[in-house]
Design a protein around this ligand. Structure first.
Ligand SMILES: Cc1cc2nc3c(=O)[nH]c(=O)nc-3n(C[C@H](O)[C@H](O)[C@H](O)COP(=O)(O)OP(=O)(O)OC[C@H]3O[C@@H](n4cnc5c(N)ncnc54)[C@H](O)[C@@H]3O)c2cc1C
Length: 356
């Protein structure tokens, strides 16, 4: 008999399940799978509290900064609990711009970041290339963001599943089609894009296409930092993994289909090779599509359903669900085991969208 049913075995559901089981709750996670169905399978795993889309979003930014601060301990505990490497890396990010307009955009992001008290050091083209010699000669300038981190979401998910099992979490391999079908007791809905059908809340899929490139001859990637670039108005990120691949992403499309399109591949590769020309010689190892669970205001939904207070929702994490997983789990488990984190649930709770 479970104290808690968690719907969805993505990063949010598993982080909640792990932390709740550690606090002594008997937890069952419900998900049909197959493993890899969620948005996390495509995610780059950039842990950056500021991006172009979050500039000016002060409440959301507060949440992102707070979760970013929780990440080092979360990564260390997850690795210690499982003995698994989750690809957590701390080299930081280089933000790079190719044109004058790109520089203006990079400066907007950098200024907001420093306004939040986060380090963002301006860098000249020569300084950037001194740091990463494989950057294109055309790079005009940018910044070094030492506080940004990265994790490999696929490794993180293997570790989260192992940590859950070790903490006694059980898994029910079935899709939940109605909350009424769950056993009596408390529940957490963390079903990503599937949360809308279960709760009536406004969570919509935003399609992301992402590429994985592999260096020839099993070499390591030709750069070490995450590169967030603006290449002639096209935003692109390049994430080097120690295992040898480079993740290049990602499109943002208001679509729910699962097609890898020629246009997206061309655009991503053009932006990627404009910033790091050597990538043109890499193998195109994978093109992948998943959908970010987005909300009308771009912020997650966290808190009890007003019409079913025994059900807590933790969804709508859009493009930051990997970054926000540790803090989301903390807030949800706090609500399950003690008084609600009232202020956070008032700001990010389901009621802000009115009745479904
Ligand atoms: C291309 C791309 C790049 C991204 N890059 C980053 C990044 O760099 N950094 C970052 O922080 N975030 C990133 N994200 C966002 C991140 O992946 C998501 O915010 C995160 O995965 C959301 O976690 P989740 O657990 O809520 O949902 P998901 O990861 O989508 O998992 C949801 C789970 O719920 C299950 N489910 C759905 N419906 C039901 C149901 N009815 N019953 C049972 N189970 C159900 C699904 O099978 C799935 O396993 C990226 C996303 C994409 C698509």
């Amino acid at each position: 008999m479970s104290d808690l049913a968690v719907v969805g075995a993505g990063p949010i559901g598993l982080a909640v399940a792990w932390r709740a089981a550690e606090r002594g709750l008997a937890v069952t996670v419900h998900d049909a799978g197959p493993d890899g169905a969620g948005a996390w399978y495509a995610a780059a795993g950039i842990l950056a509290p500021v991006s172009a889309e979050t500039v000016g979003e002060d409440e959301l930014s507060g949440l992102l900064v707070e979760s970013s601060a929780v990440w080092p301990a979360f990564a260390a505990e997850l690795e210690a609990a499982t003995g698994l490497d989750i690809g957590y890396r701390t080299e930081g990010t280089l933000m790079v711009a190719l044109t004058a307009a790109d520089e203006t955009e990079a400066r907007r992001v950098r200024d907001y970041q420093t306004g939040l008290g986060l380090a963002a050091h301006p860098r000249t083209a020569a300084e950037l290339r001194g740091c990463e010699p494989s950057l294109a000669l055309r790079v005009r300038g940018g910044a070094y963001l030492p506080g940004d981190r990265q994790v490999d979401p696929r490794r993180m998910m293997i570790a989260l599943r192992a940590a859950c099992r070790a903490a006694g979490v059980t898994f029910a391999r079935a899709r939940v089609s109605d909350l009424a079908d769950l056993p009596d007791g408390r529940a957490v809905v963390a079903a990503g894009c599937g949360s809308a059908a279960l709760t009536g809340l406004p969570v919509r899929p935003v399609k992301g296409q992402v590429l994985r490139l592999r260096p020839p001859d099993g070499r390591a990637p030709c750069f070490r930092h995450v590169i967030r670039g603006y290449a002639g108005g096209r935003p692109v990120y390049l994430v080097p993994r120690p295992g040898g691949e480079v993740v290049a992403g990602a499109t943002m499309e208001e679509r729910s289909d699962r097609l890898v399109t020629a246009g997206a591949v061309v655009e991503l590769l053009r932006a990627a090779t404009d910033l790091v020309p050597e990538l043109a010689g890499y193998e195109l190892a994978e093109a992948c599509v998943r959908h970010r669970p987005a909300t009308p205001d771009g912020a997650p939904i966290m808190g009890p359903l007003p019409w079913r207070p025994d059900v807590i929702v933790a969804t709508g994490h859009y493009q930051n669900g990997i970054l926000l997983a540790p803090l989301t789990a903390e807030l949800v488990v706090q609500a399950l085991t003690g008084p609600d984190p009232e202020e956070r649930f008032a700001t990010f709770g389901p009621s802000r969208f009115g009745p479904p």
